[in-house]
Every structure is written in structure tokens, then in C-alpha cells.
Design a protein around this ligand. Structure first.
Ligand code: AMP
Length: 408
């Protein structure tokens, strides 16, 4: 079975092809045989297309295309022609899977896309104005190319859709519930994938485990996964809530926004830019949203960089503690995404306050050698601590398999 996965954003499109034809088992994540990306920010009125195969062949070109659907069509063509050709014919593809950011309350699992699903994604545009239109456009573009080939939507909110009301409701007026103003949570595909992988790695049924998943990339969020279900998460109505992030503030006192509007006449657009693009590690360090650069500056004695790292850790620990309370215990902590998969400094400093629970990490030296999915807790730790490479595309491909080949 050949599965094409598309992650369509407003300024970039990422796609990959899984070829499961010769696979006997679907347990481990396979390497995609082809990957491609479109970058719409590269140059005005142009798109940069990059494609490469698992054998190292690649193509990189800048095309005079402004229409997103045409860009997607050009990207898909690299599957069947040029140096990155991996298919004889596009009809070899059995299914196209999509990451869709917002599925509202109604979508708690992946679905085969039909007219109702498209209408639902469209109706949720006010809740995800930057993402759902791009996701829908990706679905329409693929429908034009692949016509009758089934398409599957996996929602980033779905894993959190079953959170208890007490966790998902904001303490504003009761009317907010009817208006859809509630905590939806995001990064759900990643939180679910790493929680399930964690259960596999520790060799226990997920239905018995209390897992705290920490997705720490440019966007950061935590999820409290009790017995396989998300019972709490740090992102909320939008991905702006919760932890301090690369350039997003995370939670701040909403009174600050009222103050800025009243005293400095900020508009909604200006506040959005301030909180989404000029805050977090970037806003405090004044340097970058990239943790590597901020840590480097901190090590060279830069005060703002040190404050940014200290704040990132402080807020991370505080929210981890909140998730432990929501879980009512802790069996496994998982670190994933760019920072979570690569930063011994963050593992150490984030875990330190939880030593009172019997959590102990391996030695500093062993931490610095850590690579790939692995357990970084000491043998006698009461809590396992895992570093897991998140594989959202593979999770979407697996959803396609289950929907097309349901197990009896
Ligand atoms: P992601 O959004 O998952 O691609 O993560 C991107 C972020 O991961 C970057 O902005 C970096 O801050 C961070 N990152 C990547 N590699 C490292 C590393 N070795 N140490 C610390 N942070 C890293």
C-alpha cells in the first residue's frame, strides 16, 4: 500500500510517501521513500520546491507559481518524473492522508473525507483562521489530482476532544460554551503517537499508564494522558495558551492585553503579532526563537538569554506539575519535538523538581550521548523518562491504514 501524506500550512506544504508494499509488520515507523516541501515565503510570486528520495536523489527549484493548488500539483509530479521519481504512475497511491489542525468538538478520531467533513473543516475556519483554510485547500488540490482516491483527515485537536468538561471549560461566562470558546488543545497527533510509542517502549498496556507528554518544539505543549486518553493539556482555545514557546508567549494575564488596548491603543492584529511572533524565547532573549542560539548566548553570559531559558524552564516545570496533578500520579514522562528530542539541559532542569517522586535520570555523561528513542531514566527511577522522536506523518499514515483496512 502506498500512502501519501500532506501537511498543508499557510506558508509551507510538506508531503511524504510511505511505501508499505513489502512490509510484513506496521509496528515500527518506516522511512518515507519520498519527501517534498513547498516554501511560499522564499521569494515574492515564486515558490521553492524541494523533493528528495530515501536513496538520496533530490531536486530543488524555484517556480513562478503563486496558486497553492498548482504548487501542490508540481510537488506531486516529482513522484513520477525527474530525479526523485519513485512511482510509475500516480494511480499507485491508495490513499492521501491530511493533517487538519482544527476538528472542533465533533471529531475525536480520523475520518475519511466527504462533503460533510469538508463542510465541518470550513465551518471551523473562525477557530483556526491561519490553518483550516490551508488544510481544506490541500484536500481540494489532492481531490483534483487523485479524483476518486480516498482522503483521510486526522485532526490535531481530536486527541484532546474527550477531555473532561472541568479541564476543557474556561471560567468565563457560561455562554462561552455555546460559542465554542473552550480549551481544544493542539499537537494531538504528536501527543497520541508518543504516548502510544511510550507504552510500547516500556512494555505496558497504555490503559494502565499515567503518561505526561512534553511536545517542546517551536510550539510547545504538554498533555496528561491517563489510560490512553488526554485528560488535560496546556494549549487551549488557540495554540497561544500554556507554555512559553519559541516566539509565542504562552499564558499571560489577560489584563495585560486590556491594558495595552486601553493605554497604547493596540489593535487585535498588533496584539496577535506581539503574542505570536515577538514573544517567548525570542521576545525575552531579544535574539532568536531557536533554543540552541539562546542557550549559546546564555553560556556566553548574555543576561536576557539566561532569563529566557530560566523562564522557559520555570514555566515548563510549573505546567508539568499541573499535569501530574491532573493525572493523579506519574508513570512515564515523554520528551519530544525539536527541543524535547535534543536538549539534555532541558531534560535535566525540567525533571529536577520531580526527584521527590523518585524520578532519577541517567548520568550527565550518558545523557549527552543519548540518541534515538530511548529511556533516559536511571534503572532505579520510580518514573520512566523517554525521549521519543515524534512521527506525526507516520501516525497519519497509520490512521489511513486503519480506516481503509479495518481490523475485524
Ligand atoms: P520543531 O518545531 O519540533 O521543529 O522544533 C524546532 C526547535 O527545536 C528549534 O527552534 C530549536 O529551538 C529546537 N532544537 C532543535 N535542535 C535542538 C538542540 N540540539 N538543542 C536544543 N534545541 C533544539
Amino acid at each position: 500500500m502506498k500512502i501519501l501524506v500532506l501537511n498543508a500550512g499557510s506558508s509551507s506544504h510538506k508531503s511524504c510517501l510511505f511505501d508499505l508494499t513489502s512490509r510484513s509488520s506496521t509496528d515500527a515507523a518506516p522511512i518515507p521513500v519520498w519527501r517534498a516541501a513547498l516554501d511560499w515565503t522564499h521569494q515574492a510570486d515564486m515558490v521553492e520546491l524541494v523533493a528528495k528520495t530515501d536513496t538520496g536523489d533530490s531536486v530543488k527549484e524555484v517556480l513562478p507559481i503563486t496558486d497553492k493548488a498548482k504548487g501542490i500539483a508540481a510537488m506531486v509530479q516529482t513522484l513520477v518524473q525527474g530525479p526523485t521519481q519513485v512511482l510509475d504512475d500516480l494511480s499507485d497511491i491508495a490513499v492521501v492522508g491530511h493533517r487538519v489542525v482544527h476538528g472542533g468538538r465533533d471529531y475525536q478520531a480520523p475520518v475519511i473525507v466527504d462533503a460533510d467533513v469538508k463542510a465541518a473543516i470550513s465551518s471551523l475556519i473562525p477557530l483556526a483562521p491561519a490553518h483550516n483554510p490551508a488544510n481544506l485547500q490541500g484536500i481540494e488540490a489532492m481531490a483534483t489530482i487523485f479524483e476518486a482516491v480516498p482522503q483521510v483527515a486526522m485532526f490535531d485537536t481530536a486527541f484532546h476532544a474527550c477531555m473532561p468538561d472541568a479541564a476543557s471549560t474556561y471560567p468565563g461566562p457560561y455562554d462561552w460554551i455555546d460559542q465554542g470558546i473552550r480549551r481544544y488543545g493542539f499537537h494531538g497527533i504528536s501527543h497520541q503517537y508518543v504516548a502510544e510509542r511510550a507504552a510500547d517502549l516500556v512494555g505496558q498496556d497504555i490503559a494502565t499508564l499515567k503518561i505526561l507528554t512534553c511536545h517542546l518544539g517551536n510550539g510547545c505543549s504538554l498533555a496528561a494522558v491517563r489510560h490512553g486518553y488526554s485528560v488535560d493539556t496546556t494549549m487551549g482555545f488557540t495554540p497561544l495558551d500554556g507554555l512559553m514557546m519559541g516566539s509565542r508567549s504562552g499564558s499571560v494575564d489577560p489584563g495585560i492585553l486590556i491594558h495595552l488596548m486601553e493605554q497604547q491603543h493596540y489593535t487585535a492584529d498588533q496584539l496577535s503579532t506581539l503574542l505570536n511572533k515577538e514573544s517567548g524565547l525570542k521576545g525575552i532573549s531579544g535574539l532568536s526563537n531557536d533554543m540552541r542560539l539562546v542557550v549559546e548566548a546564555m553560556e556566553q553570559g548574555n543576561y536576557q538569554a539566561k532569563l529566557a531559558v530560566d523562564m522557559f524552564i520555570h514555566r515548563l516545570r510549573r505546567e508539568m506539575g499541573a499535569m501530574v496533578a491532573s493525572l493523579g500520579g506519574l508513570d512515564v514522562v515523554v520528551f519530544t519535538a525539536g527541543i524535547g528530542e535534543n536538549s539534555p539541559l532541558v531534560w535535566q532542569r525540567a525533571c529536577e523538581p520531580f526527584e521527590f517522586l523518585g524520578l532519577k535520570l541517567i548520568s550527565d555523561n550518558d545523557l549527552s550521548q543519548a540518541a534515538g528513542d530511548q529511556d533516559i531514566a536511571a534503572a532505579d527511577s520510580a518514573v520512566r523518562v523517554l525521549v521519543i522522536h515524534t512521527q506525526e506523518e507516520w501516525a497519519i499514515a497509520q490512521a489511513c491504514i486503519s480506516l481503509l483496512q479495518p481490523t475485524p
